[in-house]
Write a protein that binds this ligand. Structure first.
Ligand SMILES: [Zn+2]
Length: 272
């Protein structure tokens, strides 16, 4: 096991929450069981759980369970809408609503934010000022990759302070940003450490990529969705194939990561 402390994050949302919130009543709820499974896999290892306000409202007992297990709770917004599809007023309302719901359950201030679909980008940098205004101390939404949907290809690869003026440079008056980890190639960055990419790549590639990051004395930022270890979730044709790709590999890969590397929550990482 390496000596560098890495960061482990869990986006607490159900398997169908890429659809619009108006349809969420149509699907089978599985988030409680899948998140409980994540908790049991983690054991004593601490993580930051970015919870959707909607999930916290529906399942307050799950939020208490995560909190009582000693993990940090952050917000993943309320309705899982990417920032580019929200107005600044909607973004602020959703952010405050989700923070209030989570804080009322745990009695602890929410300091961290992760946007849906890595949607903190150049076009949505105004959201950083709103986060700051609402008391958010750090964000973990920037993905230093180039994709048609999201990404900030020239963003720093490791924790820095982000501001709305220039989201690609460290700024003294910014809030902390924890970009999602990538493997740097000469002409592009490859996402490595979470979600679909964790399922896609063989474990040795993920392991070597994190080792390379740790060699630079930097932490990897790994993310996971509880539904990604839920192999029994309903198969629906309306979800893209990659949603289901290699789901059966996730649990083993996460367990192996926890054996091979040290992990903690963002809050504890900042305090260390
Ligand atoms: Zn999400």
């Amino acid at each position: 096991m390496g000596s560098i402390m890495n960061i482990l994050t869990v986006d607490v949302e159900d398997w169908y929450m890429t659809t619009d919130i108006s349809r969420w009543g149509e699907f089978e709820d599985r988030v409680v069981a899948s998140t409980e499974k994540v908790l049991s896999i983690l054991g004593d290892i601490k993580a930051t759980f970015f919870v959707l306000g909607y999930v916290a409202e529906q399942h307050p007992e799950l939020i208490s369970l995560i909190h009582e297990a000693g993990h940090e709770l952050g917000t993943h917004g309320y309705s899982h809408k990417p920032i580019q599809l929200q107005t600044p007023i909607q973004f602020e309302e959703e952010l405050l609503k989700s923070m209030k719901i989570i804080e009322s359950i745990t009695g602890t201030k929410v300091c961290g934010h992760r946007a849906c679909q890595a949607s903190v980008m150049k076009s949505t940098s105004w959201s950083i000022d709103i986060m700051k205004k609402c008391g958010i101390e750090y964000d973990s939404s920037v993905f230093p990759v180039k994709t048609p949907l999201y990404g900030v290809p020239d963003a720093p690869l490791y924790p820095y302070r982000i501001s709305s003026n220039n989201i690609c440079e460290d700024s003294e008056d910014g809030i902390y940003e924890f970009p999602l980890s990538v493997y740097k190639l000469p002409y592009k960055n490859v996402p490595i450490a979470g979600g679909f990419y964790l399922r896609l790549f063989p474990y040795w590639f993920t392991k070597n990529s994190i080792k390379r990051i740790n060699k630079e004395v930097k932490p990897a930022v790994v993310y996971l969705h509880p539904w990604e270890i839920d192999v029994g979730q309903p198969k629906s044709l309306e979800f893209k194939r990659y949603h289901y790709y290699n789901l059966s590999s996730t649990e083993h890969k996460i367990k192996q990561l926890l054996k091979d590397f040290r992990f903690t929550s963002i809050k504890e990482w900042l305090q260390s």
